[in-house]
Design a protein around this ligand. Structure first.
Ligand SMILES: O=c1ccn([C@@H]2O[C@H](COP(=O)(O)OP(=O)(O)O[C@H]3O[C@H](CO)[C@@H](O)[C@H](O)[C@H]3O)[C@@H](O)[C@H]2O)c(=O)[nH]1
Length: 485
């Protein structure tokens, strides 16, 4: 690796779903020879220290933040410990106070002699673009979301189209290519939004500032996400570079401090004992869970379908998500015992080695909330999905996978949805069978696996689309730097 005397400042929003992809990207850019300064609030920096490999030279830098000055509970610096949307919004609004400190931080870096190539910040920190430009430095926004999912999210907040129709289904005025959106694909805060409420005000202010950046980087792949990428290219008039998949390594360090509920070795041993394409993997990302009644229906569906499964369980909604899992209370009587005795199911509490599981040839399908990292990890292994999106852009990720890519069937929407075990069984069979639609989906997922593999191929005579995008981004930042000196 050629050492480059160039600094890149990276600054994610204070949420695990944001810090993890940022850190993964930081580790990738570090390997390319750049020096990384990774900025966050004090408590987040403390936690991030545990996630860095010992060999990393990434510099973790604190930006001052005192939650109690913003009416937040003491020590609240991350959405992980947030229990209500109101509190989350308080944290979003409080993050605007970081502006002068961020300016000082850049000023100190530059006056300290650092050669600053660019600043990469979160989609919720678009105000950093103007601050960065004060120093004549290139600014990019990075998001771990898909172009399609984020495009729908962006357009919905900017236009609030559901407020202008009585219909349950509607198009996005500036993103017709996305097709129809159904009201069940809107989070509660969006359903209630009218443009004057606090959420609308914060988000519309923030999203309107995206055009001030110099580029958008997305953890996605041109070949599967062209519709969303085109939307942003036209809408913002900026380069939009798909640089994904930037995936966590199987080394679980970057899991954000979560304790694994099972070792990868045990998991693999269990999977080794199962036939090819026979296991359903079920997990709802890093911080989500389902309701107690949904959990019961899902468990009963798993018994009815008779398939092998690995299920990452967490206490249901309304309980502390980090508490011990009470199988007797939240699962049907004797469910866990039967799964173990019949050697049919592995119930994992807290955290599973997801990347290892999805890479195993016994895994046939993934029942997922369609968080974009999970989607990329699944498709990178050619595993089709059963979608159960909960919130944010997950609804539109599922839409992309069902309607455009053809690698997913949707089983439920949201955490209030009354899901029936028969419907779950039907969807599991649709994806797990060896013939019919299941076969088509598996073939399509394998095609997508190849596309993703090609996108990140970096050989002397071939550079994949994501490799080229990363190069174009770094060259653009360098050109800006050279033009200012
Ligand atoms: O037991 C587990 C559970 C999760 N993971 C990992 O945790 C990550 C979860 O990411 P993702 O699937 O994207 O889910 P969230 O954590 O919910 O993701 C947030 O961030 C995503 C990317 O920005 C958005 O698409 C989602 O809407 C948002 O909730 C993945 O890398 C998984 O491999 C594990 O390794 N083991």
């Amino acid at each position: 690796m050629e050492e480059k005397n160039q600094n890149i400042v990276m600054f994610p929003f204070m949420a695990q779903g944001h810090t993890i992809p940022f850190l993964t990207l930081a580790l990738k850019i570090e390997k390319m020879g750049y020096k990384i300064t990774f900025v966050n609030t004090p408590l987040n920096i403390k936690n991030l220290k545990k996630s860095l490999p010992p060999s990393s030279t990434i510099r973790l830098v604190e930006i001052p933040f005192d939650s109690s000055k913003h009416g937040l509970p003491p020590g609240l610096e991350n959405t992980d410990t947030v229990t209500t949307y109101d509190l989350m919004l308080d944290l979003f609004e409080a993050s605007l106070s970081l502006k002068p400190y961020f300016r000082n931080l850049l000023s100190d870096l530059i006056s300290g002699g650092a050669s600053l190539l660019c600043v990469i910040t979160d989609m919720f920190f678009a105000w950093t673009a103007d601050v960065t430009h004060e120093f004549g430095v290139f600014h990019a926004i990075f998001s771990g979301c898909s172009g399609f999912g984020l495009g729908c999210y962006y357009s919905l907040w900017m236009n609030l189209p559901h407020r202008k129709t009585e219909s349950l289904e509607f198009s996005l005025p500036d993103f017709h290519e996305a097709g129809k959106i159904h009201v069940t694909q809107l989070m509660d805060i969006m359903l209630k939004a009218d443009g004057t409420d606090r959420w609308s005000r914060f988000l519309i202010y923030n999203l309107s500032l995206w055009v001030r950046s110099d580029a958008i980087l997305l953890n996605t792949v041109e070949e599967i996400d062209g519709i969303g990428l085109s939307y942003f290219r036209i809408k913002l008039g900026l380069p939009v570079w798909p640089i994904g998949p930037v995936l966590r390594s199987v080394d679980n360090r970057s899991r954000g401090g979560k304790v694994p509920g099972i070792s990868p070795e045990l998991c693999i041993k269990w999977l080794d004992s199962k036939p090819l394409n026979s296991v359903l993997y079920i997990s709802f990302g890093s911080q989500s869970t389902i309701s107690a009644s949904q959990m019961m229906q899902l468990a009963k569906a798993l018994e009815m379908s008779g398939n092998n499964f690995i299920w990452v369980v967490r206490p249901p909604l309304g309980f502390d998500i980090n508490a011990e899992f009470e199988a007797e209370e939240w699962l049907p009587e004797g469910f866990a015992k039967r799964a173990e005795e019949q050697n049919r199911g592995l119930i994992v509490t807290k955290w599973a080695p997801q990347v290892e599981i999805l890479s195993h040839k016994s895994v046939a399908a993934f029942l997922s909330h369609c968080g974009w990292n999970s989607v990329l990890e699944s498709l990178s292994c050619g595993v089709p999905l059963i979608g159960w999106p909960f919130y944010a852009e997950q609804f539109y990720n599922a839409k992309l996978l069902v309607e455009e890519v053809g690698v997913c069937v949707e089983v439920a929407r949201g955490t209030h949805f009354e899901v029936r075990r028969e419907d779950i069984v039907h969807k599991i069979e649709m994806v797990m069978r060896v013939d019919g639609k299941a076969k088509q989906m598996r073939e399509k997922a394998c095609e997508v696996e190849t596309m993703i593999g090609d996108a990140i191929r970096d050989e002397e005579d071939y550079k994949g689309s994501s490799v080229k995008s990363m190069e174009e981004f770094l060259n653009a930042a360098l050109l800006t730097k050279e033009s200012k000196t």
